[in-house]
Write a protein that binds this ligand. Structure first.
Ligand SMILES: Nc1ncnc2c1ncn2[C@@H]1O[C@H](COP(=O)(O)OP(=O)(O)OP(=O)(O)O)[C@@H](O)[C@H]1O
Ligand code: SF4
Ligand SMILES: [Mg+2]
Length: 326
């Protein structure tokens, strides 16, 4: 059974007398111990999907449909007071910019102790538990870091502190929103290694949001590709890289340079993501797609099965016309 099952999640923002669909009918599952990567260009709805899981969609945005089942309980039906327990204790979030998540006026140690105490964890000696956590995230010299303030740490160490904080309540699911984008390449690789190790050590499930397909290839088990608020392709990593079945994914892979350490971003493919105010009537990717034809502009395509574990939102798959190879 999946740990997390997101079903037809939709998030919208008001604009005059309309609601703009920033996330539409997004469905995915994450098993225990599994890493799902969510990829897509800027504005495709990745962060909103992540925030929705934690009940943190920024106002005036609203979840306008769907269900988020964590261990079979729909989080969208859980009252806000209880959601505060879910955040941290069941699902925790690691941001791109750790400074915004760490409290600048508290030491790393007191933040860890406080987080554990709020959730009734930490044991008889919270300081020792916090030091253990700092060692778990491979922090050099845990006693020294325990006593330091966030501004005294480098970017990479701050991200480690944030990961320690995210783990302090022993969550089942960690959502990491571009956790390494702000870091330099060497530190990026170290943090990703750490996440991989922690996933194995604690059997964590991970929702990893990233722009970087190199990161996906080396960290994720499965991938969901988002475009203009919808998932357009979903598959196990190897399958997606070997036989992408959506022209958007094909374009992304084509634009991806060989190096896994590349900082190359997805914006490099021609054209732009359509504005939510002005979505095409059919396939949202049509204006950029070399394979566009009449059937593409009638209605938004559904997610069609390519295999039992692989889906693509492209009419070429439905029509079994054979997917053009990139
Ligand atoms: N506070 C807001 N007010 C109005 N619209 C918003 C707001 N936040 C997000 N949106 C809309 O939702 C879309 C998706 O935003 P989201 O932050 O999820 O994108 P993203 O995929 O995480 O992009 P990035 O890679 O840049 O982080 C945006 O393009 C924007 O149109
Ligand atoms: S549905 Fe048509 S426009 Fe959209 S990705 Fe497939 S071929 Fe291209
Ligand atoms: Mg984002």
């Amino acid at each position: 059974m999946a740990l997390l099952s997101v079903r037809q999640l939709s998030v919208a923002f008001p604009a005059g007398d309309r609601w703009l669909p920033a996330v539409q009918d997004v469905s995915f599952e994450i098993a225990r111990g599994e890493t799902l990567a969510l990829v897509g260009e800027s504005g495709s709805g990745k962060s909103l999907t992540a925030y929705a899981l934690l009940g943190l969609v920024p106002r005036p945005g609203r979840i306008v449909g769907g269900a988020i089942l964590l261990d079979d309980r729909d989080l969208l039906q859980v009252p806000e007071v209880e959601m505060q327990q879910v955040r941290g204790a069941k699902i925790s979030l690691i941001f791109q910019e750790p400074m915004s998540a760490l409290n600048p006026v508290l030491t790393i140690g007191s933040q860890l102790v406080e987080a554990m105490t709020v959730h009734g964890l930490g044991g008889p000696n919270p300081r020792a538990t916090a030091l253990d956590l700092l060692a778990t995230v491979r922090m050099d010299d845990p006693p020294r870091r325990f006593a330091e303030y966030p501004h005294q740490l480098s970017g990479g160490l701050r991200q480690r502190a944030l990961i320690a904080l995210a783990l302090s309540c022993r969550p089942a699911l960690v959502v990491a929103d571009e956790p390494t984008t702000a870091l330099d390449v060497t530190i990026q690789a170290e943090i990703l290694n750490l996440l991989r190790q922690l996933k194995l050590e604690f059997g964590l499930s991970l929702l990893l949001i990233t722009h970087d397909l190199g990161v996906v290839a080396h960290t994720a088990d499965r991938v969901a590709v988002m475009y203009a608020g919808r998932i357009v392709e979903q598959a196990p990593v190897r399958q997606l890289f070997r036989a992408p079945a959506h022209p958007y994914t094909q374009a992304l892979l084509k634009a991806m340079p060989g190096s896994v350490h590349s900082t190359h971003r997805l914006e490099s493919i021609d054209g732009q993501v359509p504005s939510l105010r002005d979505l095409p009537p059919g396939c949202a990717f049509a204006p950029r797609c070399a394979w566009q034809h009449e059937a593409c502009v009638v209605a938004p395509p559904e997610l069609y099965p390519v295999s039992p574990v692989h889906q693509s939102r492209c009419v070429l798959v439905r029509d079994a016309a054979g997917m053009p190879r990139a």
